[in-house]
Write a protein that binds this ligand. Sequence first.
Ligand SMILES: [Zn+2]
Length: 343
Amino acid sequence: MKAVVIRAHGGLDALLAEEKPIPAPGPGRVRVKVSAVALNHLDIWVRRGVPGHPFPLPLTPGCDIAGVLDDPGPGGAGPFRAGDPVLVAPGVSCGVCEACSRGRDHLCRHYGILGETCDGGCAEYAVVPAANLLPFPRGLPPERAAAIPLVFLTAWHMLVERAGVRPGDLVLVHAAGSGVSSAAIQIARAFGARVMTTVGSAAKAAKALELGAEEVVPYREKDFAAEGRRFTAKRGFDVIIDHVGPDTWEGNLRSLARGGRLVLCGSTSGFEVRTDTRLLFFKNLSLLGSTMGSRGELHEVLRLVEAGTLRPVVDSVLPLSEVAEGHRRLEAREAFGKVVLVP
Ligand SMILES: [Zn+2]
């Protein structure tokens, strides 16, 4: 089969197109014929490498897989039969520890992500744990279904589980064009919150408004904290959803309302910040970290996708052979929503 393989970290030329044997599913695992696989910022970290963090190279990246169950493996695949369309949950866990038993599999000490800690879906076939199969959302083509799992799970967990978003909350979502943010705007709106968002280019503003944002701030031209004071009539935001980190940190703390919650799921502008601790206690702030979410939350997301409340945002669909162009689009921040590859 054709597969993308990373043998050494590096630039776009680290994404090798190789022929590999079609993998066989062992116990507890199934084989999926990949119809579409979405790229995430995670794929860029896996390609470039992260200092001090080992990846099991060589590795086939790609964690957001939509496809057809090809071989249910020796143990079967629960309610799924060979030939069924399936969506694959990106997180892999041990399935037996206390966290897994409580349905908090993302807190499992053995948690990993397809395409990061084991081979993923940038290939014609992928072998995944049977427990990761999700019902395919009715009525969606695979290129749109593949755009759902990682970003909607991440955004749902940030807003619903970590921040406890409520009707009427004022929510700031940074960088509307990113996959997580395009999902977060919709989820916040679905819970009755009001959303201000930021964009890097005017072309992205109309799309952010379409997703339900009430106010869109071009962050290169305007100070988001000043715009936030105006939007919230000096009250501040109840919830801020961020993956930028240092560049937005001090503005975020100033922009939170009393009792406000800042949720961080990434840090694209660096890793160290300065915090005025007086803001924390005087304003009763909560600083929350978040990575992925439980598989059960993905089932909730999929029900709302089928109901039409949430919709995957696809920037572009490319053949798998153009994976490097997909990475380039993401790194250059040209995309609005997901870049999806089709084998
Ligand atoms: Zn576990």
